[in-house]
Design a protein around this ligand. Structure first.
Ligand SMILES: [Cu+2]
Length: 257
């Protein structure tokens, strides 16, 4: 079930929940970059962070699968919700959003707005998890031969109907938070888009790795969010021309009867 608004508003029945453990390991040289200060772009020494998100333990549940009776000729007979994707060789967790909180206003770089395409493809939203900035444009696209809706909940509230293959509809994001995307036709379709005013956020890759660069030096709270494992926070120090390295671990807890 999904209700409420904002990045802390996601509530979902799940067979498991997360317990956080995060260790700051080391720092290493990084590259300087550009930063905006006082409204004027200036060359400034920045830092970076690299992390690996993994799941503790020897085994874990697979993603939830659902049977399908809607448009089966185009959508198939079952789908994975991709609500827990773990790389067997590294226990790395995909689709974890890492975000720096409390970034000072004068540490936020400028840059032109970006376009994020949410493709209705194979009766799934691609990408399943993404990040964007306030001012960016989300482009809902239908690559399928059946009708989809791209229904945004949270800081962007809009229901986009895409009855025709190849159709696109754009919406500008005006507020931060977590946008939940559902399709009114196919109940298994879902996506999550974290929106911040700054670019210091990223989604972990298929092996659980993440990297954020160009960060103004300082002390930050790094927030990790996963749709079923939950949210955890850790303090991280970013130093000029260095890369902070993090190991982030989620631990499954048994579901309650
Ligand atoms: Cu759909």
């Amino acid at each position: 079930m999904i209700k409420g608004r904002g990045r802390h508003s996601i509530s979902r029945a799940s067979a498991f929940s997360g317990l956080a453990l995060l260790v700051l390991l080391a720092t290493a040289p990084s590259q300087p970059g550009f930063a905006a200060q006082g409204g004027q772009p200036q060359v400034a020494a920045t830092g970076a962070l690299e992390g690996h998100v993994r799941l503790a333990g020897e085994s874990w549940p697979t993603s939830t699968r659902v049977r399908n009776t809607t448009d089966p000729e185009a959508c198939g007979l079952d789908h994975s919700l991709d609500d827990l994707l773990v790389a067997a060789e590294t226990r790395g967790v995909q689709h974890v959003i890492a975000t720096l909180l409390d970034v000072p206003t004068d540490g936020v770089p400028g840059g032109p707005p970006q376009r994020l395409v949410i493709d209705n493809h194979g009766c799934r939203f691609i990408p399943h998890v993404a990040v964007a900035r306030v001012g960016d444009t989300i482009v809902a696209k239908n690559s399928d031969s059946v009708m989809h809706t791209t229904h945004y909940y949270g800081p962007l509230r809009s229901n986009v109907a895409l009855p025709l293959q190849g159709m696109t509809v754009s919406r500008v994001i005006e507020d931060p938070g977590v946008i939940i995307v559902l399709c009114d036709v196919h109940g298994w379709m879902r996506a999550f888009i974290r929106v911040d005013v700054h670019p210091f956020h990223v989604v972990s890759d298929e092996l659980g790795f993440l990297r954020i660069s160009g960060i103004p030096p300082g002390s930050y709270t790094l927030e990790l969010w996963h749709e079923t494992l939950g949210t955890q926070q850790v303090q991280v120090a970013i130093r000029p021309n260095e890369t902070a390295r993090l190991d982030i671990e989620y631990t499954l807890t048994p579901s309650r009867p």
